[in-house]
Every structure is written in structure tokens, then in C-alpha cells.
Design a protein around this ligand. Sequence first.
Ligand SMILES: [Zn+2]
Length: 435
Amino acid sequence: MLAIRANHRVLGFALVCAAALACPVSGLIGVAEGQSPAPVAAATPAIASDARLAGDTQQTRFVLDLDKAIKFRAFTLADPYRVVVDIPEVDFRLPSGAGAASRGLVKAFRYGLVMPGGSRIVFDLSGPAKITNSYVLDAANGQPPRLVLEMEQVDLAAFNQAAAAESKPGRPAIADANAAVSAPTPAAPIPAPMPGAPPDLRPVVVIDPGHGGIDNGTQSGGEVIEKDLVLGFALALRDRIEKGGKYRVVMTRTDDTFIPLADRVRIARNQSAALFVSIHADALPRREGDAQGATIYTLSDKASDTEAERLADAENKADAIGGVNLTEEPTDVADILIDLAQRETRTFSNRFARLLMGEMKNTVRMHKHPLKSAGFRVLKAPDVPSVLVELGYVSNKGDLDHLVSDKWRSKTVGSMAQAIDVFLAKRLAKAGAAN
Ligand SMILES: [Zn+2]
């Protein structure tokens, strides 16, 4: 019971912060519970200049140095264990390598912008913990304003109780904060056509490098981080397709930015894309042995096997890491239409997946079961044929050697571009014949 009471105290404080997050973020300061926020004119984000961890595996404290006080909301997440701090947009100017070293309960922490006007700090924990105290201090005694977070190791039962209390419905301020966090982010800007230029009627291929920003993707490859690896690959694929000149390529991201899964789908739909290709790299937990080769995934309600299910769960967590509300978005089309469109779209998705495997298997090492399906959120556009390619396993030495090799990348990009060309050429021919 003690754990729950303590949590309520912390939660009570967090609610004040949460309410502020839903407000225009830069117009408010004021840090203590019960204190009414004072409006200020400054619209520039707070600057974070330093961050440090102290303590041991029982109790760990985090301090973030700022140039002004900010509102925040802190909460815990399980599977894997994390503490998340939502804050207004902050200009992080931390020393390089900040967050990489483990200390006490914290294995590492990450930080960055997760939506317009909103940043997030995510602490990866070594085990279940609760937030015992969290507050922002004003500048005093020559010290800058600071955000302080204190965490304490708890057992699993106490963690679950605390987490359940955090997510209990009927806590309006938390709900407001979720709304703020899940506010739709604008899709990638669509380049405006040059005045007087004819409209570009070429079919659109959307290439989706997985993860980005605060979401690193899998990191089991040591130095190799999935989000960087797949961005490099996706940009090379874009260049290859654009060189052919037949298709227009739209990227869901071209730099290290966090993009929620629903926005990736939205980009494909807004562009009336002819094809959506999501690029990822996988890793197998050591206890599950070894696996190798590329795998092509399509959408299904039921996963084709347990590995596909595990992977879809892992990939779908991207939103949780970035701070997006996980509830499904309401759709704007009648369900029956979606159902019909989806059936046709799935046929095309599966056709492309088979074509892609046919091309890739000539040049690339494939997984022993190279075609699989599962409930990937990023593949859910009802009207855009979509596949997700796991290029290989960063946890496998041979695959990792391939994944970082320019020669392998060039070959693989070539086979994928070829498959895309065959698929779209067929569809265009069909569409032409039907007219
Ligand atoms: Zn991934």
C-alpha cells in the first residue's frame, strides 16, 4: 500500500505538470504544486545545457540543467522498463555522449523532439522502478533552473500497481496530456510544383525508413543503430529509383526525425501512393538463438508465426517510445469500404512481396521463411499496397557485415528497385488497358 500512496503523491504533482503540457507550452512557467502559472512573453524553447545521473541501483537521481523553468509530466512504462518525461520543446545542448553511460537504475537515456512543441526524455531502466519525486527548481545559489527526477527500485508487484494507478481512467489531466502528446503532427511537406510546370503524374513510391529521432530501433548490433542503418539504405533506394525517372519517390523521413507510425501511413495515403515500402533491420534476442537473412512482411490480423508476432510487437512500440497515444485513430471512411479496399490492397501487397522475394533471392541472403505476415501498424493504409522489409539481423555477424557493406547495399537496392519497377509497370499496363 505504501507504494501506491507514494505514487499518488507523485501523480498528484504530475497532474499539475500534465495540465500545463496541454496549454501553449512556451507561454507558461510556474513549477510548484498549487502555484498558478504566470504567463510570459518568451516563445523560445528552454535550453538544456547539461544532464547528470547520480546514485546506485537502489535509488537514482537525474538532473537536467535548464535556462528557465519548464512544465513536465513523468511516468513509467513496462516492457521494457522505462521512465518517460514529457516536456515542452527543449533545445538540447547536452555534451556529446550524454545519456550513453549507465548509472544506477538507468541503463541509458535518450532525448529529443517528438512532436511540434513537445520534447521527451526516455530512460531505459535495468528493472522495475518508480518515480519517488520529481520537480523543477528555479535558479538559486548560483545554480541554474533544474529538472530533478528521483527513481527507486521496486519489485514487479509494486511497479504494476503504480503503473495501473497512472493509467486509471477518469483522471482528466492525464487524458489532456495524452491528447497533447498525440496531437497530429503535420505530414512531410509536399514540394509545391514550379509555377507553370505540368503536374507530376508519375506513380508515387513512398519509402519509409523505420524509427528515427528518439526512437533508435534495435541496437543489438553494438555500434550499429537501426534508425541510421535503414535511413542510409532508404536514401540509396530513393536515389536508385529516381535515377530511373519513371516514379516519384516520397520519403517519410530524410533525417534523424521521429515520425509517428500513423503519420507514415498518412503520408502514403495523402500522396495516393502506388506502393509503400518500410525498411527495417531486425535483431534476435540472444536467448532465442540465431537467425539470418532478409524477410518481407505483409499485413495480417494473425501473425504467420511467433517470430513475426514478436517483431510486429517490437516495431509497433515505436509510438510508445516517441510518446504517441496508442489508441487506434478513427477512420474517415466507412468500414465496409475499407474492408473492400483492404482486400484488394492486400492482394497487391502480397503480389509485390512475392515479386520482391523473387528479385532479392538472386542477390541477397534471405531468411529461411522469407515471406511472413503480422499486424504491423505501419502497413495499415487500406488503399496503398504496403510491405515491410527486414533487411537482416544485426544480431547475426554475417548479416551485420552485409548490412554495413556498400557493395551489399548497392546490390540489394538494385534488386528492390527492379522489383518495384516490375510491379508498377504491370499495374500501369493494367490501368492503361482498362481505360
Ligand atoms: Zn525496426
